[in-house]
Every structure is written in structure tokens, then in C-alpha cells.
Design a protein around this ligand. Sequence first.
Ligand SMILES: [Zn+2]
Ligand SMILES: [Zn+2]
Length: 201
Amino acid sequence: MCIILGGGLAMKSQHVEGKKRAPALLVIPIANLEEREYPFDFTIDADALELGSFYRGEISIDGSISRVASQYYLSGRITAEQIGECDRCLIETERKVEAEFSLYFQVSGDAPEVESGEESEDAGGIYRLRADEHAIVLDDEIIETLRLAYPMKNLCREDCKGLCSSCGTDLNKNTCNCSKGTIDPRWSKLEGLFPEDTELN
Ligand SMILES: [Zn+2]
Ligand SMILES: [Zn+2]
């Protein structure tokens, strides 16, 4: 993992509170940011963010943070390799995904009741930072973005034929004799010996 902030920014020890996951992994120090844009860049393993069931290997996060007065704007792009199992044929699937995120933070010096990172309901997705917070932690945002980027329906390909529900044959690779009208000629002599709805496996 690395972070690149231009302008010789000192990497001071972080003051991060109120997060469930400890220690925070994707931390952007903000104590000394001037009013300009700074690029950042992280690489982190999917397992470190507890996303190992859905993503594999390195997750890359590239973005920038800008400060204007007591507001911070972050935007970035996440690149990750999604893994799963085809809903129809159960083979392992993998695909590269890219997802974008953007975040606004507002330092609220005179609102001591506001918790760190709490999203204010009336401010259209602006997160509040206490005046004594010296870092922005991206962990939760990245995890949430990648969870949302995971498809509800996971197919190895759009026209996957799936497995035969009777005999389990992978219909992408083979055919089977389960469906009516496609009885193997070798079995045709047996036709009529069984009741109509008996399946020949
Ligand atoms: Zn499939
Ligand atoms: Zn079958």
C-alpha cells in the first residue's frame, strides 16, 4: 500500500477514531493540505478489506483530494478482480471491474454532537469531520462501493445454458437425453414401456 501526496507532505501519525475496523487501512492525512488538489493511490489486497469472497488479489484505488476552505472533495476509481460462481452452470467466474466514487467532507467545528464520519441527513451526502480529525479513512467507502458493484446475477456468459436440472449435465459442453423429444435412438425401443412422465436417465 502506498499513498502519494505531492508537495512534500509530512506523513504524521494518524488520529482516527470511531471506526469499527482497526486499524484503518486506507488513510489520507489532511492536517497539512493546502487549497489545491493532491493525487492519492492505494493498492490493497481484497482479503485485507474482508472482500475475499467476492474479489481476488489486489484492489487498486486511484484518485485525488482537494481542499477548499474547510471542505474536502475526494474522487477516485477502484479497479478490482471480481470472482464468483455462475448462477446457472456453477463454474468459477472472474472479471475485472472498475467503479468510481466521490465524497464530500465538511469540517464542523461547532457541532460537538456530530460523530466522526456520520452522514448528515440534510446535507445531500456530505460527511462531517470534527476539527480535531487529521485524516480521512476510505475503508468503508471502498468496501461499500465494491459491494454495490457486485452483480445481483452472476453468469459466466449471457447465454449460459446452465446445468440440466435432471441429470446435472453441463449443457454448455454436452447434451443430455432428459428433455422430451430428444430421446437417444438407443433408448427409443423403450419408449412406451414407461408411463408418459417417467424420465429416462
Ligand atoms: Zn454458466
Ligand atoms: Zn439431463
